[in-house]
Design a protein around this ligand. Structure first.
Ligand code: HEM
Length: 202
């Protein structure tokens, strides 16, 4: 194995283990009864926050590569995206299980009644095709152009996810505002890099 492959595998292993730390933290918290008076809320919200963090880290990879020339962001981009999906799945499960006790009728009503649940669900549904097609075979099957078009949906997921958070928070929206600011920077960086690319290639 050449040294680049070795380094990139090492980086992936590091990111993989680091990405499991939040989950480990909540599992440990539950086991040791260390999550306060309302552990379900702490876990649901914590998993939601980590979903958002991973989604934004995924969105940061391409601009970071573009503006710095570093290759490592692209090496871990797919893994970060899959972790966003993984944490979204766990976040959804905690909602379905501990919030709604798998009462599908109530869940259906909740999706239509509470806009923040609608936005969260829409984000999750849009992430599914991205996760399913996040492999080399899907790129070959779809063709690079169509695959890229599909994966641009990740930006919409970012917007919907922050909207979900904003609508959830009733009073103090300072944390969602921080996420909006990060998202605005990432979307502008992406937009600018596309304009630059367009100008270079004509
Ligand atoms: C996939 C994208 C999603 C992201 C990025 C996301 C993100 C978040 C964030 C950041 C929070 C607030 C955490 C905090 O207060 O610190 C949250 C809370 C929550 N989310 Fe999501 N979420 C997603 C999907 C969903 C879905 C699909 C559902 C259910 C259908 C859902 C239901 C909830 C609930 C019930 C809360 C807690 C509300 C409360 O405690 O009052 N989320 N989510």
């Amino acid at each position: 194995m050449n040294s680049f492959k070795l380094k990139s595998n090492g980086l992936k292993l590091f990111v993989f283990i680091a990405s499991l730390i939040p989950l480990g933290w909540y599992v440990w918290g539950i086991q040791t009864d260390n999550l306060g008076a309302n552990p379900i809320e702490v876990v649901t919200r914590g998993l939601g926050t980590w979903t958002l963090n991973f989604l934004l880290m995924t969105l940061a990879a391409t601009p970071l590569r573009h503006y710095t020339g570093w290759t490592w962001p692209l090496i871990i981009r797919r893994m970060l995206g899959l972790f966003a999906f993984f944490y979204a799945g766990l976040h959804l499960i905690t909602y379905l299980w501990f919030d709604q006790f798998f009462d599908w009728l109530a869940i259906g009503k909740d999706i239509f009644k509470r806009p923040f649940i609608t936005a969260g669900m829409a984000t999750f549904l849009l992430l599914i095709p991205l996760a399913v097609t996040s492999n080399a075979r899907a790129i070959r099957t779809l063709g690079e152009r169509r695959w890229k078009q599909l994966h641009r949906m990740v930006y919409l997921c970012g917007v919907l996810a922050v909207l979900h958070y904003t609508w959830m928070v009733k009073a103090d929206i300072s944390n969602p505002l921080i996420y909006w600011a990060i998202l605005a920077v990432l979307l502008s960086a992406r937009g600018l890099s596309r304009i630059q690319k367009y100008n270079v290639t004509g």
